[in-house]
Design a protein around this ligand. Structure first.
Ligand SMILES: [Zn+2]
Ligand SMILES: [Zn+2]
Length: 241
């Protein structure tokens, strides 16, 4: 049984991956490629979330009340934010491995988690990864959102457009800045290529403050897109601004 899964996962991930049939997170024998059922459940967490900021909401709320109080008062520029989980254990183990330790073989696993989770009742025409500035991409060796987008596209059949958005200016890390400074920091940092899309899904790995996703959403809306959804693996628990 486990042997069958191992062969399947190897075929799926390519022969270059040396997977032993043990979960990448807890090292117990795994029936689901690369992650065991328990770790996968820990990653997926609550499925009942605010459509604006993805904060967990009580599951008994009716569909028309899928916005938290904060998002009702100040709706975000995007139509809907969907994430797999909050940035709490075991996400802080998995995401840095993917992003900084160059474990790019995690991309199909993470994309599968997202694909299993997304509500695609109104699918976008295209998946657009959040761009990295060229020199950061050069230093890291890849753009993690682009890798995720390609894998997600293979699973959902929705095409990827990695050229729609371009980061034309390198910006300092956002983490230490206030909300206003963050918005100023991002001004003029991106440009949108000519296009005819009306419904776009922006894909990022982690949504922290929402400043980057917000800026890109506003640019896309200005360029003629009518609806922007934001998809990410997880969100940090601070309020989006
Ligand atoms: Zn596990
Ligand atoms: Zn909200």
């Amino acid at each position: 049984m486990v042997k069958g899964w191992i062969d399947k996962a190897k075929g799926w991930l390519g022969s270059s991956v040396d997977w032993t049939g043990h979960c990448l997170l807890c090292n117990l024998p795994s029936h689901w490629p690369l992650l065991c059922d328990d770790c996968r459940l820990a990653l997926q967490q609550s499925q009942s979330r605010c459509q604006g900021c993805a904060a967990p909401l009580p599951p008994w709320l009716p569909d028309e009340q899928r916005l938290c109080g904060r998002c009702q008062r100040r709706p975000p520029p995007w139509q809907r934010l969907q994430v797999v989980g909050d940035y709490q254990a075991p996400w802080p183990v998995l995401v840095p491995r993917f992003k900084y330790a160059r474990q790019t073989m995690l991309a199909p696993v993470l994309a599968r988690l997202l694909a299993d989770h997304l509500d695609l009742a109104a699918p976008p025409e295209v998946i657009v990864p959040v761009p990295l500035h060229w020199w950061r991409r050069l230093r890291r060796g890849f753009n993690q959102s682009q890798l995720l987008a390609v894998e997600l596209s293979a699973l959902t059949g929705i095409p990827v457009d990695g050229r729609l958005l371009r980061r034309i200016r390198h910006t300092p890390q956002q983490a230490s800045l206030t909300a206003g400074a963050r918005r100023r920091n991002l001004k003029g940092a991106f440009e949108v290529a000519a296009h005819r899309y009306r419904h776009v899904a922006l894909l990022d790995d982690v949504v922290t403050t929402g400043a980057t996703a917000g800026q890109l959403t506003r640019l896309l809306l200005k360029s003629g897109v009518e609806r922007v959804d934001v998809w990410a693996l997880c969100r940090t628990q601070r309020h989006l601004s």
